[in-house]
Design a protein around this ligand. Structure first.
Ligand SMILES: Nc1nc2c(ncn2[C@@H]2O[C@H](COP(=O)(O)OP(=O)(O)OP(=O)(O)O)[C@@H](O)[C@H]2O)c(=O)[nH]1
Ligand SMILES: [Mg+2]
Length: 202
C-alpha cells in the first residue's frame, strides 16, 4: 500500500538544457551522480521525504526549447521554484539566463501557489571555484535562497536539504494537515475532527 503524507509541497525545477537539473535531483534524492545523462523529455518526477509526514513532489522539467510549451502544466500549484544556472558561461550570458527564467516565473505567477518561493542554484562549481554571483542577482529581494553547488561532487547539497527541512517545518507549523478521503479529494483535518466530535455528542 502506498504511504500517504499529511503535508506536501510541490517543487518545479527550471533552467536551460544541460545546466544539471536532473543531476541535482539525483544528488538530492538518491545521493548519486551520473556523468552521462540524457536530456529530459517533457519532465521527470521525483519525491523527497523530509520526515514521515511531509513530502516534496519534485518536477524536473526539460530545458530543451521544444518542451517549453509544457512548462505551465508543471508550474501549476507549485510552492517552490528552483532555477538552475550553469556557471560555465560568461557573466553576460549568466545574467541573460537568470533574467529569462526569473521573468518566466514572474509572468506565470498566477499558476503558482501564493507565498511561492524562488531558489536559485549556480551549478558545476567543481569546474570553477572562483565563480562569484553577479551583484544584481545577489541583491534581488525576490529570491529566497541562492547557492553555489555541484551536483557532481555534492558540494553544498546539504544546504539545499537544510533549507527544504526548514521550509517544511515552517509549513507544518503554519498549516493544517490535510488527509485524503476515500474519493481521493483532500479535506481539512480540523473539519473532520469537528464532524467526529459532533457525531459523538449524545
Ligand atoms: N562538472 C559538472 N558537470 C555536471 C554537473 N551537473 C551536471 N553536469 C553535467 O551536465 C550534463 C547535463 O546534466 P543534466 O542534469 O542532464 O542537465 P539538465 O539540466 O537536466 O538538462 P535537460 O534535461 O536537457 O533540461 C550531465 O550529463 C553532466 O555531464 C556538475 O555539478 N559538475
Ligand atoms: Mg534533465
Amino acid at each position: 500500500m502506498s504511504k500517504t503524507f499529511n503535508y506536501r509541497q510541490k517543487v518545479a525545477i527550471l533552467g536551460d538544457s544541460g545546466v544539471g537539473k536532473t543531476c541535482l535531483v539525483n544528488r538530492l534524492v538518491f545521493n548519486m551522480y551520473i556523468n552521462y545523462t540524457n536530456p529530459t523529455i517533457g519532465a521527470a518526477f521525483a519525491s523527497y521525504v523530509v520526515n514521515d509526514d511531509f513530502i516534496y513532489e519534485i518536477w524536473d522539467t526539460a530545458g530543451q526549447e521544444r518542451f517549453h510549451s509544457l512548462l505551465p502544466m508543471y508550474l501549476r500549484h507549485t510552492d517552490i521554484i528552483f532555477i538552475v544556472i550553469d556557471i560555465n558561461q560568461n557573466i553576460e550570458d549568466i545574467n541573460k539566463q537568470f533574467i529569462k527564467w526569473f521573468s518566466y516565473v514572474k509572468n506565470n505567477n498566477n499558476l503558482l501557489n501564493k507565498d511561492y518561493k524562488i531558489c536559485l542554484f549556480f551549478n558545476k562549481l567543481d569546474t570553477n571555484k572562483y565563480f562569484q554571483v553577479p551583484e544584481d542577482i545577489l541583491n534581488n529581494k525576490e529570491i529566497s535562497f541562492i547557492n553555489l553547488i555541484s551536483a557532481k561532487t555534492g558540494y553544498n547539497i546539504y544546504k539545499i536539504k537544510s533549507t527544504l527541512d526548514t521550509l517544511a517545518k515552517i509549513h507544518m507549523e503554519t498549516t493544517q494537515p490535510n488527509i485524503q478521503n476515500n474519493n481521493g479529494s483532500i479535506y481539512d483535518l480540523d473539519n473532520v475532527i469537528k464532524k467526529i466530535k459532533l457525531k459523538c455528542i449524545p
